[in-house]
Design a protein around this ligand. Structure first.
Ligand SMILES: [Ca+2]
Ligand SMILES: [Ca+2]
Ligand SMILES: [Ca+2]
Length: 190
């Protein structure tokens, strides 16, 4: 069942190493949609007890680009303090693109959360050969830093996520990433 879209915002981290830069708040379209089929709990992400959410799907040749977070667990997952980057190690890469998901955002148990990644919205987009990492701002300094916790990451090369396709976990929420024929924004991967 597809539920109505809702609007939320992301707060831009102006630059991962611009300590004193005030973050901008810009709107981003996010939708929370159908429940994950099956209902079984998938393995937790690398941060284990911190959250069971995973990066579930990436569209890198979209208009806009987007990625999907899945919550395969039954528990609500708080996304306050969660940020994403197009670099696998944003805390050590000078100038890495980083954007925070809006405080107060959450993804309910067995639900999805979609984030548009567009230059006009978050200041960067995803390329055909790139990566995406999802972090929790464990040290609370509102930027990518060594004390933060990796939630999940995905790396793809040219051909993995071409136009009209996505790079997604199969089986949904739990499997390895593979190229799909049909993006499933806010719904179970197929
Ligand atoms: Ca792109
Ligand atoms: Ca931090
Ligand atoms: Ca999906």
């Amino acid at each position: 069942m597809i539920r109505p879209c809702l609007l939320a915002t992301v707060v831009l981290a102006a630059c991962s190493n611009a300590r004193d830069a005030a973050p901008d708040a810009k709107p981003i379209a996010i939708d929370s949609a159908s429940a994950i089929d099956g209902g079984g709990d998938a393995p937790a992400g690398p941060d284990g007890a911190t959250s069971g959410i995973v990066l579930n799907e990436v569209v890198a040749a979209g208009a806009p680009d987007w990625f999907e977070i899945a919550n395969p667990t039954a528990a609500d997952a708080d996304l306050t303090g969660v940020y994403f980057s197009d670099d696998l190690t944003p805390a050590v890469t000078a100038g890495a693109n980083v954007a925070f998901i809006a405080d107060g955002s959450h993804v309910s148990g067995h639900q999805y959360f979609v984030v548009d990644v567009d230059s006009a919205v978050v200041g960067f987009a995803l390329a055909k050969d790139e990566a995406l990492s999802l972090w929790r701002d464990t040290d609370g300094d509102r930027k990518a830093s060594a004390g933060d916790t990796l939630i999940d990451s995905v790396d793809w090369v040219d051909g993995d996520a071409p136009a009209a396709s996505s790079f997604a976990r199969l089986p949904d929420g739990a499997g390895a990433f593979a190229t799909t024929a049909t993006p499933t924004r806010g719904a179970a991967n197929q």
